[in-house]
Design a protein around this ligand. Structure first.
Ligand SMILES: Cc1ncc(COP(=O)(O)O)c(C=O)c1O
Length: 374
């Protein structure tokens, strides 16, 4: 039986009537950008996250850019970010003319190693972007301590982690900003691109709202040079239909992760097959279930799964400090990131994944390692 990485139809079709009703409402209203639908979505999500200010934007990438623009990041500034993350985290820094300073990650959580961040901080450092990779919070106590002691801003990259918690507090509401994505693969998957910026300080929130519309306030009077980072009304209306289900998606992902843990650890392949774990103080949302396959066997396992019709993905095959576009930056080693890029393999974990399909995945992985033994 084929196992996909994601089954969006299984998730979205059950809301077909409500989604169509939302579409008709927007069609009839002719208010396609921002407006009441966006404001009402922002309010609902702010209360579900326990955030002070939520600003709907055009993508997770734009949420990051907007956060950095709001604090005035530009040429001459440095921003710390992990080397093992999606490109967007660092691309946003470079696009503003600042320099991403790549920090290594921890092998057990895949998240930023704050000791390495401390070693790489300089008088030019203006901000840090901890990424809550694969749906699990970075060590936010350590991040906030570093930020407070050096007077720098914290922009949490929560693209993969909406609903995750650190010490029972929602990620994205701990630092100065939280940037979320509604890309269809995310915990709250939209119907195209979309994102959200959560802001703690009211003045920064006001500035971010202004920057979202080309820095104009009132219209056609430009206080700052901003951009077009607006969220569509249709996207907000469709996402509003799914918002109440976010908790159940996360619970389903958590129960799928638990099942994988019980089944895969019972196989007894020890260090040949390393399972991801939920760290202390974290409520993992399992946006990804990412294995580590050492000894250069990751690609062989991936090929074996492909032959068995089981989808998998490598997030990410190359670290950011190794990307061609960043070769002009000073050499700052991140050996753990490089190691993980060669070992990581994400297997299907989406909420609608059935036990039967998970058994297929487990069976194929077991088959691969048994064949190696023989
Ligand atoms: C860690 C991380 N940051 C930022 C983004 C950017 O989000 P978007 O695709 O909505 O621009 C993503 C999306 O994949 C991501 O995974």
């Amino acid at each position: 039986m084929a196992v996909p990485l994601l089954d969006l139809n299984a998730q979205n079709q059950k809301y077909a009537n409500d989604l169509q009703a939302a579409f008709s409402r927007i069609l009839g209203s002719s208010q396609f950008i921002l407006g009441h639908e966006v404001t009402s979505f922002e309010d609902s999500i702010a209360s579900s996250l326990g955030s002070r200010h939520c600003i709907g934007v055009s993508s997770g990438t734009d949420a990051l850019v907007l956060a950095l623009m709001t604090i005035g990041i530009g040429p001459g500034d440095e921003v710390l970010c992990p080397s093992f993350t999606f490109f967007s985290t660092a691309g946003c820094i470079s696009r503003l003319g600042a320099e991403p300073v790549f920090v290594d990650v921890l092998p057990n959580t895949f998240n930023i190693n704050v000791d390495d961040a401390v070693a790489k901080i300089s008088p030019r450092t203006k901000a840090i972007i901890p990424v809550h990779l694969y749906g699990q919070s970075a060590d936010m106590d350590a991040v906030m301590e570093l930020a407070d002691s050096h007077g720098i801003k914290v922009v949490e990259d929560c693209a993969q982690a909406m609903g995750a918690r650190w010490k029972n507090v929602q990620v994205g509401t701990i630092g100065d900003f939280g940037a979320y994505s509604f890309f269809p693969t995310k915990n709250l998957g939209g119907f195209g691109d979309g994102g959200l910026l959560s802001v703690t300080d009211p003045e920064l929130a006001e500035r971010a709202r202004t920057l979202r519309v080309h820095g104009s306030k009132p219209k056609y009077y430009h206080k700052y040079v901003g951009g077009n980072f607006r969220l569509d009304a249709l996207q907000a209306a469709l996402l509003s239909v799914k918002l109440d289900s976010l908790e159940s998606y996360i619970n389903q992902r958590r129960s799928n992760a638990e099942y994988y843990h019980s089944q895969l650890s019972a196989l007894g392949f020890g260090d040949k097959l390393m399972l991801p774990s939920e760290a202390d103080n974290c409520r993992h949302t399992w946006n990804q279930f990412t294995l580590r396959i050492p000894d250069g066997r990751r690609d062989d396992l991936r090929e074996h799964l492909r032959v068995c019709d089981i989808a998998s993905e490598i997030y990410y095959p190359l670290t950011l400090h190794q990307q061609e576009c960043f070769q002009n930056l000073p050499d700052r080693p991140c050996p753990v990131s490089e190691q993980l890029a060669g070992e990581c393999l994400s297997i299907p974990i989406y909420p609608e994944l059935t036990t039967e399909l998970q058994d297929e995945v487990v069976f194929s992985i077991a088959d691969f390692f048994k064949k190696l033994r023989n």
